[in-house]
Design a binder for this molecule. Sequence first.
Ligand code: ZN
Length: 128
Amino acid sequence: MNLSRFLLRSFSFRCPHCGVGRLTHRLYGFNHHCEHCGYAYLPDDGDFWGGVVICYALAGIIGIGAGGLLVSFADVSVQALIYAATLTTVAAVLALFPLSKSVYTYLLYYTRGHEEEYRPPADFHPGK
Ligand SMILES: [Zn+2]
């Protein structure tokens, strides 16, 4: 799978296993498993942090880029620059967090494969 296809699939917020179930149930709510096939999205306790790291890294890059653009095109004080970069970084974190978790879920899916421990439990019934 190439990078563009990987990103398009992860941007869909659909289950990486079946492509039907949704990853999210509200803007920032993340389902534990697929309601259609039962696939566990982030089965380990530390899996939450992968999406956070991706989100903070991208938001930091965006915040620094916004500060760089502001300095390049406007004569602003250091205090205004700090406020603008901070606000841009916070806005980027809020905007990118669901997408970062989706990308990380897909990354886990393709790196872990279809190992037995990540398959739906035997007593799983779709829709319950
Ligand atoms: Zn599924």
